[in-house]
Design a protein around this ligand. Structure first.
Ligand SMILES: Nc1nc2c(ncn2[C@@H]2O[C@H](COP(=O)(O)OP(=O)(O)OP(=O)(O)O)[C@@H](O)[C@H]2O)c(=O)[nH]1
Ligand SMILES: [Mg+2]
Length: 519
């Protein structure tokens, strides 16, 4: 049976047990909520301290300028993005009331500066923002107010929404998010590790490299990038992000950290015809001279000297610095010189600013495992719910038995379903507990556990459209190969467990393909 059918049958059985027990009404309701949650796209929350660049990043990810960002545009309410053909917002109040509002009112309901004009902003629990961005068809995003060491109401909004009440309480136990992106930047006093560990410790280790990544924001403006150097900001920041990931704690918490320069991407979407005209003039300046002119961003924006004036007036230059900064201006000028069109430049910037890589990672690392991540959440949630209920009950009560039966079923399921075993070794691998002998082994492991997709071809590392017979043969060979590896008696236990799990996964694929071949 597939994981999907196993999980649904677990929920069905559990609900059936509840039906015969009047005291289990609340438990039954929670189970129903979990079932609904399985059927919607994965929800990814972006969290981090104030001004880390969360909203800017989210705009860049969606390729639009939706959320208000900036030094005064402090996000006050949680914004939950869902796909829709036409933009609109739903304001969800703490008292349960839901009100539809025009999309133009987004600022009024999300930005702190509007609290005087719109005092009801304090009663908002979260906003649902319906928006026609392709990426939302697969993943939903949640923008959150910044978390600071001194929690204000806006930070509390994030904590409430994600159900973290203080660092000991749980995140994923009742969280609205399935996966998390931690945003941190050098300029916002470094990486707030306390927040990360609070998330990590919440809900029985639910935040892990399987469902969390980090982004290092503002790499064009944090002293990482050298305008005279050969590298782009994202390239220059690779060294910083790799060194962050050598830290053992980080390996336990995050899949990886990716540098991003979201502001340039966000700014690009706002460039007007007039801005492009100025950029075309700027592109005519020889590259080395342009670097000299851009070296001091403030001077570039305000200078009235001839060499600056001939590029455009101060308003036009100020606008460019505000929208795309030094790096954006330099890169766009470079691409215009190479004869690229505005649209082509947009694609190039997606790549250069690190946004494309992150979007791909989100779809690959999170998107491909949506059901698995959700199931993992559900198991942990049901486990803790039933434990909690049992704590205060007499052992002879009906509800006690219901809870006991449900948790037994979960334990059984977790030790028998192959995908869950794969998940367990994946977790061990990301925690640094499993070392493979070489790159080839590592790639076999990542492929078959679905890192690159769940089609049979991808899991076997074969070209799309390979014949079933060829795949059957490969699966058989790999099963034998890994079976051999699993009996390496001198290898560490964790390696042996991983090898045995892999052998089993290949074996299952083999049987499956074999059956198809015989049809
Ligand atoms: N240079 C540069 N500035 C950035 C970048 N990303 C964000 N910023 C700036 O950092 C400031 C904060 O950005 P926001 O996206 O509003 O940050 P936030 O994390 O949403 O902030 P809060 O909602 O207040 O917690 C703004 O002035 C952005 O323009 C970037 O990639 N490069
Ligand atoms: Mg924000």
């Amino acid at each position: 049976m597939s994981l999907k059918s196993e999980v649904y049958s677990l929920l069905n059985n559990a609900q059936r047990l509840c039906r015969d027990c009047p005291e289990a009404a609340e438990l039954s309701e929670s189970l129903e909520e979990m079932r609904k949650r399985l059927e919607i796209p994965l929800r990814v929350a972006v969290v981090g301290i104030m001004k880390a660049g969360k909203s800017t990043f989210m705009n860049a990810l969606m390729g639009a300028d939706v959320l208000y960002t900036g030094d005064l545009e402090t996000t006050y309410t949680v914004g939950w993005f869902q796909y829709a053909e036409h933009p609109s917002i739903t304001v969800c109040f703490r008292n349960g009331e839901k009100v539809e509002a025009p999309f133009e009112d987004l600022e009024k309901w999300s930005v702190r500066a509007f609290e005087k004009e719109n005092p009801r902003i304090h009663d908002v629990q979260y906003l649902i923002i319906h928006y026609p961005s392709e990426v939302l068809k697969q993943l939903e995003f949640i923008d959150t107010p910044g978390l600071n060491s001194v929690y204000g109401t806006d930070a509390q909004n994030t904590l409430d929404f994600l159900s973290i009440k203080g660092s000991e309480d749980t995140l994923y136990e009742a969280s609205m998010a399935d996966a998390v992106i931690y945003a941190f930047s050098r300029s916002t006093a470094g990486f707030d590790r306390d927040i990360l560990t609070a998330f990590h410790s919440g809900g029985g280790n639910m935040s892990s490299p399987i469902n969390s990544i980090g982004i290092l924001t503002k790499v064009d403006a944090s002293g990482i990038w050298d305008i005279f150097g050969e590298q782009s900001p994202v390239e220059a920041a690779q060294a910083v992000t790799s060194s962050i990931m050598t830290n053992a704690d980080m390996k336990n918490l995050l899949f990886s950290v990716f540098p991003v320069c979201a502001k340039v991407m966000e700014g690009y979407t706002q460039l007007t015809a007039e801005d492009w005209k100025v950029l075309r003039i700027i592109a005519q300046v020889p590259p080395d001279d342009l670097i000299d002119l851009l070296y001091d961003a403030h001077q570039f924006a305000v200078s009235t000297e001839e060499e600056f004036q001939q590029l455009g007036d101060t308003d036009a230059r100020k606008r460019l610095m505000n929208l795309i900064g030094q790096y954006g201006t330099l890169e766009i000028a470079h691409q215009l010189r190479a004869g690229k069109t505005q649209d082509q430049i947009g694609d190039i910037l997606q790549e250069k600013c690190g946004v494309k890589a992150i979007r791909e990672i989100l779809l690959r690392h999170f998107g491909n495992r949506t059901f698995l991540i959700k199931s993992r959440y559900i198991f942990s949630r049901i486990r803790s719910l039933t434990q909690e209920i049992r704590k205060n009950l007499d052992k002879s009560s009906h509800l006690y038995h219901v809870c006991e039966q449900i948790s037994e079923e979960i334990e059984g399921l977790m030790s028998s379903v192959q995908t869950l075993k794969e998940l367990k070794i994946l977790q061990m691998y990301y925690n640094g507990q499993i070392q493979f002998m070489d790159e080839e082994e590592k790639q076999d492991f990542l492929r078959v556990t679905g890192e690159y997709g769940r089609s049979a071809e991808t899991r076997l590392g074969m070209p799309e459209g390979s014949s079933i017979a060829a795949m059957e043969q490969t699966a058989k060979e790999k099963a034998a190969l890994w079976h051999g590896k699993s009996s390496g008696w001198m290898m560490p236990g964790s390696y042996v467990e991983a090898a045995a799990t892999l052998a089993r996964s290949y074996e299952q694929m083999y049987y499956h393909l074999n059956a198809l071949n015989e049809e």
